[in-house]
Design a protein around this ligand. Structure first.
Ligand SMILES: [Zn+2]
Length: 395
């Protein structure tokens, strides 16, 4: 199992890097074919254009939310619906089970409803079976409803590898009323995940000469600024106009950046730290975007302490203040990892640093010891090498 996983991950990474170097011959998967912002109940016609025997992949809670509106739509447009639970994670085992259910129903369409894991499962199931897919996010916690990417986890919830899909979903239905039923914390996590676009894309692709990647990096800067300016107001008035703008930023604009930038533009240390942390059982109580947000601070700390980057050092302080205001974790303690042992932390660090990890997209070499030091000092004071050693700023 571990061998298969590692080789698949390596293959995915090497394919991504090969495409990144040339930028040519890589199919573009920029956006869903159609995005409907409105009620799920009114999206029946668009769903019916894609298929009449949908398999709805959802968690139990999401299914209870959408069963009534989907049943009404199904009656109106002659859809023969079947529901399937995706389990707890987008794992190889749950995908195998779902392929069996899909075949039994003779489904001609997959509809994913839920958070990132449900949507990643639905997208990958559709890709594996060459069927169209509709995504219906029930929270703004990630941009998974938009992207042509699925993350695979073990049944224990540990990140294993990601799979690049041929296209973005055929239809994305962003039903704000549905998103508003999710706990506020999910939008906060979505803000954290979306913020990472800038901190990671500017490091991995900030000096790219490729038109679409330049555009993606600039959009990531716009996204960061929007989130820094509007998140507080959005969280104070859920369902309001500013709240919708921040939901659009986290679910749609973050997706646009992933689509324009492609694999090369996606992730660096913030997500690598997240991936390492998912191997600790104690981290499973926190959301993807919360771990990624903490990972941004770790990445800035690495740029500060290993590279001597003055801008990274000064960027961390206002970000800590912003995290404090909206409730994103600033430290391992905030992630509930206060009692984690040194050996466990070492395990997460080694996974984050293994060959092929996105952490190696940093423009400098790092060691596990340096990563460990950065992970335990995200809230520490600015620490810079002497001015002579400080490299030119690269914001
Ligand atoms: Zn993410």
């Amino acid at each position: 199992m571990a061998d298969i996983t590692d080789s698949t991950a390596r293959q995915a990474v090497s394919e991504g890097l090969a495409g990144a170097q040339s930028g040519v011959g890589n199919p573009l998967a920029v956006a869903p074919a159609q995005v409907i912002r409105g009620s799920l109940a009114e999206a029946g016609r668009a769903i019916a254009r894609l298929g009449h025997r949908p398999l709805v992949v959802a968690g139990r809670h999401s299914q209870s939310l959408i069963q009534a509106p989907l049943a009404a739509t199904a009656a109106q447009f002659g859809l023969d619906l079947a529901f399937a639970n995706y389990g707890t994670d987008c794992s190889e085992a749950s995908l195998a089970d779902l392929r069996a259910v899909l075949a039994q129903h003779q489904a001609d369409l997959v509809i994913g409803v839920g958070g990132g894991k449900a949507l990643d499962t639905a997208k990958l199931l559709a890709f594996q079976t060459a069927l169209p897919v509709v995504t219906v996010p029930t929270s703004a916690a990630t941009c998974a409803a938009w992207t042509a990417l699925s993350n695979i986890y073990s049944e224990q919830g540990a990140f294993q590898y990601d799979v690049a899909l041929a296209t973005c979903p055929n239809l994305l239905i962003l039903d704000y009323d549905l998103v508003q039923t999710a706990p506020q914390r999910t939008l906060v996590a979505g803000i954290g995940d979306a913020l990472a676009k800038w901190y990671e894309a500017s490091v991995s692709s900030g000096s790219s000469e490729q038109t679409l990647i330049i555009a993606a990096v600039q959009q990531a800067r716009v996204l960061r600024d929007l989130l820094l300016q509007k998140s507080m107001a959005a969280l104070e008035a859920p369902g309001g106009a500013v709240w919708r703008e921040v939901v659009d930023a986290s679910v749609l604009l973050a997706g646009v950046i992933g689509g324009l930038g492609g694999a090369q533009c996606r992730t660096v240390a913030a997500h690598a730290v997240h991936n390492g942390l998912t191997h600790l059982m104690q981290s499973h109580g926190t959301l993807h975007g919360e771990k990624v947000a903490y990972g941004i601070l770790v990445q800035l700390r690495l740029e500060e302490t290993v590279q001597g980057n003055r801008l990274a050092a000064t960027a961390r302080q206002p970000l800590l203040k912003f995290y404090g205001e909206i409730g994103l974790p600033q430290s391992l303690a905030d992630l509930g990892l206060m009692d984690v042992t040194l050996a466990e932390l070492q395990q997460a660090v080694e996974i984050a640093c293994r060959p092929g990890s996105d952490i190696h997209h940093l423009p400098f070499e790092i060691t596990p010891t340096q990563l460990m030091a950065a992970m335990v000092s995200t809230t520490g004071p600015i620490e810079l090498k002497s001015w002579e050693e400080v490299r030119p700023a690269a914001d």
